[in-house]
Write a protein that binds this ligand. Structure first.
Ligand code: PMP
Length: 434
């Protein structure tokens, strides 16, 4: 079955998809961290559905919540009508929101994918401000629909002004740290305030508190606070895309909480649906001026996703899994830094909570920019991914040069599982280097 399914898939499905091309796995069963393939092989899944599985695969609490809806005879599809299932989800979600937004929030269901919610956020701030352009950041990833793609680096009718996203390892200003973050903030101010800066008053600023696809780049708290102050002073709504960083992943329930920044709009998807498709925006009520009918759609009321999502949110909150992610993530990064000390090809180990990035570099080559860091090593990264897969470990790559190994394990990862993941990774790295 394994070979046949893979062959038919490669014949019928477009190569425009990504994961399937690099993961010759045909999952038939899954539990927690583990996926079992049709060929009987078992894998430790540190991709977690691209971060969608906060509790891993088939968590009993999630399955129970889904069964309960099915057994109750409740309708599975009701467009955007109110139901007890939806009411419970929204109540649970509001209980998690950062103080400052929780008491003044409006919610809009945006339909299945993260990119739909990004689209809604862009539309909302354009309607609310009457302005059109958008501020977004180098290295950003917001999705694959036109507006989200434009903000990620594609082209569309939304005019996007791209600002430098702060980085420690490859600081665009070559200084890093608080100084690099401050330079980025000043650049932003000067662009906005210079009448010849080329930026008309924008409709909003869209950012990820930790860039995921962009290579696991945490925005410094001090920089986020500066962005909040800059946007507030100019009445520019700040949109935080927490599609990947949300629900405890970074060591706080929402990643903006590390900095204390309260955004005007939060874009949420992935883990909020407890492994089923769900995407919403939550925003300050003052922005809620779009007229009825401005934002509608058929699949914006997925009852099973809301039930699975509510159960997931409650489980993460009650079991303090954000704290667990902070603590275990820090220990895993410490282990990876020890590994880096013995492997010059590991240029950087970074991340927040259980959103972990390992940047692979070519230590022999000369720096290609004035950061004087060795250049990224995409071929080595691809080899590491293959060697990981051979050892039953699923990881993903990211970053501008696809040279950053990304680990997104479930927040339920045990200490023993973390050791197994790190052992397999270390073996794979050694094999890829030789
Ligand atoms: N925003 C961020 C930060 C993401 O990481 C992603 C998905 N990787 C998206 C938006 C898009 O979500 P989706 O793939 O569900 O459209």
């Amino acid at each position: 079955a394994h070979e046949g399914i893979l062959r038919r898939q490669s014949l019928r499905e477009s190569a425009a998809r990504t994961y399937a091309r690099s993961l010759p796995v045909v999952p038939v069963r899954a539990k927690g961290l583990t996926i079992e393939g049709a060929d009987g092989r078992r894998y430790l899944d540190c991709l977690s559905g691209a971060g969608a599985l906060a509790l891993g695969h088939n968590h009993p609490v999630v399955l129970e919540a889904i069964r309960k809806v099915i057994d109750s005879g409740a309708p599975l599809h009701v467009l955007d009508l109110a139901t007890p299932v939806k009411d419970a989800f929204v109540t649970e979600l509001y209980a998690t929101l950062p103080p400052g937004l929780a008491d003044d929030a409006r919610i809009q269901f945006c339909g299945p994918a993260g990119t739909d919610a990004v689209e809604a956020a862009i539309k909302l701030v354009r309607v609310a401000t009457g302005r059109s352009g958008l501020l977004a950041f180098t290295g950003a990833y917001h999705g694959m629909t036109a507006g989200a793609l434009a903000a990620s680096g594609g082209a569309s009718e939304v005019k996007v002004t791209r600002l430098p996203f702060p980085q420690e390892y490859r600081c665009p200003f070559g200084v890093g740290g608080a100084v690099g973050a401050e330079l980025g903030a000043r650049w932003t101010e000067s662009l906005l305030d210079d009448p010849c800066g080329g930026v008309a008053a924008p409709a909003g600023m869209l950012l990820e508190p930790v860039q995921g696809e962009g290579g696991v780049l945490p925005a410094p708290d001090v920089w986020l606070r500066r962005m909040r102050a800059i946007t507030e002073a100019r009445s520019i709504p700040l949109i935080a895309d927490e599609v990947q960083t949300g629900v405890g992943r970074t060591g706080a329930f929402w990643a903006v909480e590390h900095s204390g920044v309260v955004p005007d709009v939060m874009v949420l998807s992935k883990a909020i649906g407890g492994s089923l498709p769900l995407a919403v925006i939550v925003y300050r009520s003052a922005l809620d001026v779009w007229p009825p009918g401005t934002h509608a759609g058929t699949f914006r009321g997925n009852q099973l996703a809301m039930a699975a999502g509510a159960a997931t949110l409650a489980y993460v909150r009650e079991n303090r899994l954000a704290d667990r992610a902070a603590e275990l993530g820090a220990r895993m990064r410490a282990s990876l830094r020890e590994l880096a000390a013995a492997h010059p090809s590991v240029g950087d180990v970074r991340g927040r909570g259980l959103m972990i990035g390992v940047e692979l570099v070519d230590p022999e080559a000369t720096a290609h920019d004035d950061t004087r860091r060795p250049p990224p090593a995409p071929a080595l990264a691809a080899a590491v991914r293959r060697e990981c897969l051979d050892r039953g470990l699923i990881i993903e790559l990211g970053g501008r040069h696809s040279a950053v190994v990304r680990l997104l394990p479930p927040l339920t990862l045990t200490d023993e599982q973390a050791v197994a993941v790190l052992d397999r990774f270390a073996d794979a790295l050694a094999a890829a280097e030789s």
